[in-house]
Design a protein around this ligand. Structure first.
Ligand code: GLC
Length: 540
């Protein structure tokens, strides 16, 4: 596609969930100064950019995804001075800071919303979506999507929690405000934005269109031209659930909308497509996983650019869901890392993924903090009795968003070095106490050191094969649905990736690797069979 690559195309980005990363002032909440303390760690890992989950002023009903002021830093995380300092320190290490732009909704504590409900004739009333009578639309967190405002005798629309009122993007003045927010952070030197729930900004509720609405491309093109395009090389990566065609509409460079959009097909294969989604998980179907990866790798090639990820702050840990976090934690975490880092596109890792952090297995409902988990429990178990308590708990243990939100494990000291002993805002992952940075830095064979090797390999002499080569699946050599074999081809040469996605030993055609240079593998030596979660990459 383009000749000169953008910085983010070859980048490994690392998502930080600030509340859970590093608590520098021992108040139980991670903070900006904590992130600064760990920049050298990230540099050493090979990270080029940080996607920072929201740090703006917020009542924290949804941990910052409910913004009450886009121009202020939440005191829980520090000050604007701390943030400016983060930018300076990150820049010294050549790490870009990518902000989370939450612009489908605001907190109901935002000034705009307060004005909107205090006076129907205020211009801010039209910044939101009000209705005299609610319909039966549901919030994605459970319950009605409409909330009554007695002052107005009207209802406002909230796709997420009732503390998060949807903005009315049909209003051009609102759109101008969003462009100004972007410019404020880009002027400071931020590298771009992850755009939260972006496919929801254009909707036609009367026609039951709640996502990818009729004006979405107009709005995003306009935001691009009024903000992103005014700066050099801004990354705009949208959160969406697109098909390949929809993704291309958002991200083909000539359309000047978004740089990238996340696709969630790959990362949610254990969600139940029939009922209750993530709360009634199903086993990951490996045939499907292989097809989905192939389709996305081939579908965007030379037209747009892939985003590759398996974890974020909304998903259970990948080693628990896609690997085996018990007997083969290290092998399967390394296998999953190798799979991700061998694919075309921009890589997004989530804090702790590089350690193979598993889910914490919280069996007690009271431990959960996540507004989605709690609201859904009330709706599905308590109010409508559609699932039993135990059934729902099984869903939470796998897929509650809190699984990814427990504090990061840095060392073997109190609270695993997250802070100096103050009770963290969310329980530590007791289940995985010995999985921490300190232990893994001292172990050559650790998941962390393996990730470092992988990232170095991806950026080394064979970079092009990893980042942007033809993806060819070698299905005829796959002897079992757990076996995944693909090539990354440039002209007549290639790297070959052979993976065992499961724990059973598999027969495989050894001639595929004999006399070839092994670029990386998660086992020390090769064997006649492909062992549990084994992966080998060779140069052909
Ligand atoms: C996105 C965020 C999620 C948040 C929601 C509402 O899906 O990733 O954490 O709850 O949007 O902002």
């Amino acid at each position: 596609m383009v000749n000169k690559r953008k910085w983010w195309q070859e980048a490994v980005l690392y998502q930080i969930y600030p509340r859970s990363f590093k608590d520098s002032n021992n108040d139980g909440n991670g903070d900006i100064n904590g992130i600064i303390e760990k920049l050298d760690y990230l540099k050493d890992l090979g990270v080029d950019g940080i996607w920072l989950s929201p740090i703006y002023a917020s009542p924290m009903e949804d941990n910052g995804y409910d913004v009450s002021n886009y121009f202020e830093i939440n005191p829980l995380f520090g000050t604007m001075e701390d943030f400016d300092n983060l930018l300076v320190e990150a820049k010294k290490r050549n790490i870009k800071i990518v902000m989370d732009l939450v612009c489908n909704h605001t907190s109901i504590e935002h000034e705009w919303f307060k004005k909107a409900i205090s006076d129907k004739n205020s211009k801010y009333h039209d910044f939101y979506i009000f209705k005299d009578q609610p319909d039966d639309k549901k919030s994605s967190f459970g319950g009605s999507a409409w909330c009554y405002v007695p002052e107005l005798n009207q209802y406002y629309y909230h796709y997420f929690d009732k503390s998060q009122a949807d903005l009315n993007w049909a209003n051009p003045e609102l759109r101008k405000e969003v462009a100004n927010i972007c410019k404020f952070w880009l002027d400071k030197g931020c590298g771009g934005f992850r755009l939260d729930a972006i496919e929801l900004i254009s909707k036609d509720l009367e026609k039951n269109i709640i996502a990818n609405g009729p004006h979405i491309h107009k709005y995003l093109h306009e935001l691009n031209q009024n903000a992103f395009a005014l700066y050099d090389d801004v990354l705009s990566v949208g959160e969406g659930w697109p098909t390949i065609d929809i993704c291309l509409d958002y991200t083909r460079p000539e359309r000047k909308e978004l740089s990238l959009i996340f696709e969630f097909e790959t990362a949610t294969l254990d969600w139940n497509p029939k009922e209750f989604g993530k709360y009634k998980p199903i086993p990951v179907d490996h045939s499907k996983l292989k097809d989905v990866i192939k389709n996305w790798q081939q579908g965007l090639k030379d037209k747009s650019w892939n985003v590759v990820f398996l974890e974020n702050h909304d998903l259970g840990r990948s080693v628990t869901r896609y690997g085996n976090d018990n007997k083969y934690l290290s092998e399967s975490a390394k296998m999953l890392g190798t799979l991700l880092l061998s694919l075309n596109g921009t890589i997004f890792l989530y804090q702790g993924e590089e350690l193979g952090m598993p889910n914490p297995y919280f069996y007690d409902l009271d431990i959960y903090d996540d507004v989605d988990s709690k609201t859904m429990y009330q709706d599905v178990v308590v109010k409508n009795k559609l699932m039993s308590h135990d059934e729902f708990m099984n869903g939470l243990i796998k897929n509650s968003r809190d699984n990814a939100r427990t504090p990061m494990h840095w060392d073997n000291s109190i609270n695993n070095g997250f802070n100096e002993g103050h009770m963290p805002w969310l329980h530590m992952n007791e289940h995985a106490k010995d999985i921490n940075v300190e232990n893994q830095q001292n172990d050559d064979n650790s998941v962390l050191n393996y990730y470092k090797k992988l990232i170095t390999l991806r950026k080394g002499n064979y970079k092009e094969y990893f980042i942007n080569a033809e993806f060819e699946r070698i299905e005829e050599k796959e002897t079992n649905e757990d076996m995944f074999i693909f090539k990354k081809v440039i002209n007549n040469s290639a790297i070959l990736v052979i993976l065992n996605l499961g724990e059973n030993e598999l027969e495989f055609d050894n001639s595929l690797i004999n006399n070839k240079e092994i670029l990386i593998s998660n086992y020390k030596n090769t064997s006649a069979k492909l062992r549990a979660y084994e992966v080998i990459i060779v140069k052909e």
